[in-house]
Design a protein around this ligand. Structure first.
Ligand SMILES: [Zn+2]
Length: 132
């Protein structure tokens, strides 16, 4: 699959429900596609992470959530304190990742774990930039 519009190749004329998982990884074109499908009378269900490991809204998620008739925020359990986890902690070699660490780090031991706001940590950007 190359892009959001490739989803159309998987639809049958009788398709009534379209479910997209990991929708945070799609580009912004998925927003218009979901609107088209919903306007066409299909039920569109998207699942994805609302924030990336930095706590920044993830890709098309804010726009999808704003346009959705219903939004359900589900929570994992924080691996540190067992409270409700709303964030993803990225650990590189056992330490919290920096804001601007590259998405792919060859050779590094990388782990993602569920954490609550209090237990979530992001090191300041190594290049001094801490906001998008
Ligand atoms: Zn916690």
């Amino acid at each position: 699959m190359n892009g959001a519009r490739d989803i159309l190749n998987y639809l049958q004329p009788e398709t009534t429900v379209v479910a997209i998982d990991e929708v945070q990884f799609f580009d912004q074109a998925v927003i218009g596609l979901c609107e088209e499908l919903a306007d066409d009378g299909k039920r569109v269900i998207c699942a994805g992470l609302d924030m990336d490991f930095r706590g920044v809204p993830f890709g098309p998620m804010p726009a999808l959530m704003a346009r959705a008739e219903e939004v359900h925020k589900l929570h994992a359990i924080c691996v540190i304190c067992a409270d409700e986890a709303s964030r993803t902690q990225r650990l590189i070699n056992g330490q919290p990742a920096a804001f601007d660490d590259p998405v792919v780090l060859v050779g590094a031991a990388e782990v993602y774990e569920a954490r609550c706001r209090e237990c979530h940590a992001v090191f300041a950007a190594r290049n001094g930039v801490s906001h998008e």
